[in-house]
Design a protein around this ligand. Sequence first.
Ligand code: ADP
Ligand code: AMP
Length: 220
Amino acid sequence: MSVYLVLLGAPGAGKGTQAKHLMEALSLPHISSGNIFRENLNKQTELGKLAQTFISDGQLVPDDVTIAMIRERLEQDDCTMGAMLDGFPRTPTQAEALDVILADLGGELDAVLYIKVTQEILVRRLSGRWMCRAAGHVFHDEFNPPLVPGVCDYDGSELYQRDDDRAETVAERIRVYINQTAPLIDYYRQRGLLVEVDGDQSIEAVADTLMAALPEGAVQ
Ligand code: ADP
Ligand code: AMP
């Protein structure tokens, strides 16, 4: 049986950080739409070039492009037992498309893990975030520092600060989240899929809360 989970939350809520903990515990591939866009951007593929202006302006990449990208990723062999989606869906249209994709794959969405964080905390998290070039591992100069400054603990690659983590872009990304993505909270709550956790706690406390809140069957 496959298990499909979605991590939902504002930019900086800790989705990528928790995905790392969860993928180790659940043995599911972590699919981050933001990471896939950034990989394409680095390689300057057509998709990367298309996504570039939207990302640097703090806007969402258009639904059709994003949905096609996620469909292609979910169809890959490593997702036959399921996947943990991070950053997708971000609009009602994407949420509807996800149901269709999962049905085509013979599965369905098992749970949406919503990490709820207050806005002031989001801004502090994003302004101190450092990301690794090789695999998108995430650190924070105050809350989750790497062992050696500027170097990824996991793969030794260089850490950098994302362009879209600048204060002006962060404000726009949070606005976009509130207008376009936050409606998904109620949508999934009404469908009985939402698992809400307090993301204002430490990384370890959020990880423990998430593990305890996972629906039966998710831990294989
Ligand atoms: P998202 O994927 O939701 O955008 P990240 O996982 O990249 O968020 O986390 C944003 C920043 O906040 C990172 O620098 C990360 O190290 C830090 N962080 C994540 N969760 C917590 C937490 N519970 N407490 C403090 N800092 C956190
Ligand atoms: P993230 O790494 O999740 O913070 O995403 C970085 C940027 O990639 C976002 O600000 C968007 O521009 C783009 N992006 C990521 N996921 C999506 C999505 N599901 N839909 C549209 N744009 C996305």
